[in-house]
Every structure is written in C-alpha cells, then in structure tokens.
Write a protein that binds this ligand. Structure first.
Ligand SMILES: [Cu+2]
Length: 138
C-alpha cells in the first residue's frame, strides 16, 4: 500500500515535469527564477530618472515627467541632506521607493499604463511644501 502511494506520487511528479504547461500546481520553495512569466525581463524596463533638489529644497528637480507605458524602472537620486522618497500614484498604482538621504534609492520597477499619474515625496510635509509633480505615461 505504502509503496503504491510513493510510486503514484513519483509518477505524478514526472508527469508534471514533462507535460505541465496547463497547471503550475507547485508553489515550490525552489522554483527556477527564469520561470517567472509576467514580471520577467527587468532588463527591458524603461528607465526614468527622478531627482530631489540637491540643494535641500523640498522639491524635485522636475515637476513634469514623461515616460513610456510598460515596465518602468524608477531611478531616484537624492543628493540632499533631507530624507526623500518618490511615490507614484494614479490609475490603481501606488508604489513608493525607499526613503534615502544623500544617495540613490534602489531601483523601483512599476507597471504603468498610459495615463496621468502624480508623483510626490511621502516624507513629512514635503508634498504639501511642493515636492510633487505630474508623470505622463504614453
Ligand atoms: Cu521629501
């Protein structure tokens, strides 16, 4: 009995191994990273540079940004001595970079559809002070 169960399980695994494009039934711990079907290829993401005012003002260097729809890699640079981050908001998207001071934030990749988004700094009163802008995605 026990042996039969083991054999059946092995057979099932072997079957899933060769045939299975109709079901990805294994949320396995060790999944090949190359498998990721939707989020893959960060190498093809459009890069979008955003910078905080290096002089320490509560603003970005640009208040109007434009990019292309799809995977967009936000590269936020904050050379000032105030902590800043960038939050992208609109059309169901709400994504925020890490807050950094005097350095670049790790790249943040977001999936953007065509439309108009807001971007702003979520730290303290920075947005109210004018640290915001409009991101147009075409
Ligand atoms: Cu800020």
């Amino acid at each position: 009995m026990r042996r039969f169960v083991v054999l059946a399980a092995t057979a099932a695994l072997a079957f899933a191994g060769c045939g299975g494009d109709d079901q990805e039934s294994t949320p396995a711990a060790t999944e090949a990273p190359t498998e990721a079907p939707t989020q893959a290829a960060s190498g093809s993401a459009t890069k979008l540079a955003v910078a905080a005012d290096p002089g320490g003002a509560k603003k970005f260097t640009e208040s109007e940004l434009t990019t292309t729809a799809g995977q967009v890699e936000i590269n936020f640079s904050n050379q000032s001595q105030l902590p800043h981050a960038v939050e992208i908001e609109g059309n169901g998207v709400e994504e925020t970079t890490e807050t950094v001071t005097g350095q670049d934030a790790p790249p943040l990749t977001v999936d953007l559809k065509p439309g108009t988004y807001e971007f702003y700094c979520p730290v303290g009163d920075h947005r109210a002070a004018g640290m915001e802008g409009t991101l147009t995605v075409k």
